[in-house]
Design a binder for this molecule. Structure first.
Ligand code: ATR
Length: 271
């Protein structure tokens, strides 16, 4: 895992669990790399026997420009979070956040039907791009995008096309007719301001997903529960997005289990 800073990353704990489970003689290391050192460092690491890397803030866009090949999803999202080192030194870039997001929704709420209602995405950063990419691939008809800075939402619209940009101030009303609400902003996270939204206009059986996982049960998810919606917390996205990388590097297909979830959450101080 490459990032800056990196000390709070849960990924070494997550991959460490699977390495032990499959009895694989390998390691997954947190490697701090300063913003300007990415290209030189990744080159030398890839020549030194690493099977691949996860890439996090602030390197995802640099990695996108640096790798030799890109998957369709990475291209669509415009960022790389997973690199596979192939023989001969070729670096293949992927983005597994969209997979992580949609796998989390589908395994938590198997009854969710993408083609029955609209989706509302709060935020317009990298995470929102991954969510929109996944929703598009699932065939969600209408996607509303709502961000404090409207221009960023419009950039997403220009990139993906056919998104409905709605003003941040109208987010309560934008919930009407929505069967899936996703918070990709940092609001509600420990140390950040709360997410202020009234969600009582969502469809009756709406799925409410917060990709924030610290705290695990955000105020948004608490409200969703009280109003009878289907809450989906954010830790599942982190766990699922790790699966394709692990499989590519170590040749085993890992699963997300309650035991894994408890192990990773213990790294956040939950027991
Ligand atoms: P990431 O790439 O992980 O999605 P990001 O690009 O920093 O992270 O995006 C964070 C999101 O949280 C943005 O949509 C941001 O809104 P702006 O584009 O207006 O900055 C949103 N966000 C952060 N603080 C916010 C606040 N106080 N009120 C509303 N939205 C906020």
């Amino acid at each position: 895992m490459i990032g800056w800073p990196i000390s709070h990353s849960l990924s070494p704990r997550l991959h460490g669990f699977w390495l032990k489970q499959f009895n694989i003689d390998g390691v997954y290391l947190p490697i701090p790399i300063r913003p300007n050192d990415f290209e030189a460092k990744i080159k030398s690491l890839s020549q030194n026997g690493f099977a691949g890397f996860n890439v996090t803030v602030p390197h995802k866009e640099t990695a996108y420009k640096f790798v030799d090949t890109l998957t369709e999803t990475a291209r669509e999202i415009g960022a790389v979070n997973t690199i596979v080192c192939h023989e001969g030194g070729c670096l293949a870039g992927d983005n597994t956040d969209a997979f992580g997001f949609i796998s989390n929704i589908k395994t938590t709420v198997p009854s969710w039907k993408p083609d029955l209602s609209s989706a509302l995405v709060l935020g317009a950063g990298g995470a929102a791009r991954a969510v929109v990419s996944a929703l598009r691939a699932e065939g969600v008809d209408e996607i509303r995008i709502c961000n404090r800075t409207r221009e960023r939402a419009e950039e997403l619209e220009a990139h993906f096309g056919n998104l409905n940009v709605v003003d941040w101030d109208t987010r309560n009303d934008a919930c009407e007719g929505v069967g899936l609400l996703v918070n990709t902003t940092t609001l509600g996270m420990v140390g950040k301001p709360p997410l202020e939204i009234n969600i009582d206009q969502l469809c009756d059986d709406a799925v409410v997903n917060d990709i924030v996982y610290a705290p695990l049960e955000t105020d948004l998810l608490k409200s969703a529960k009280i109003l009878g919606y289907q809450p989906v917390d954010g830790i599942g996205m982190l766990l699922h997005q790790a699966r394709p990388g692990f499989e590519a590097w170590f040749g085993q297909r890992p699963e997300v289990t309650d035991e894994l979830c408890a192990h990773v959450l213990a790294g956040l101080g939950h027991s």
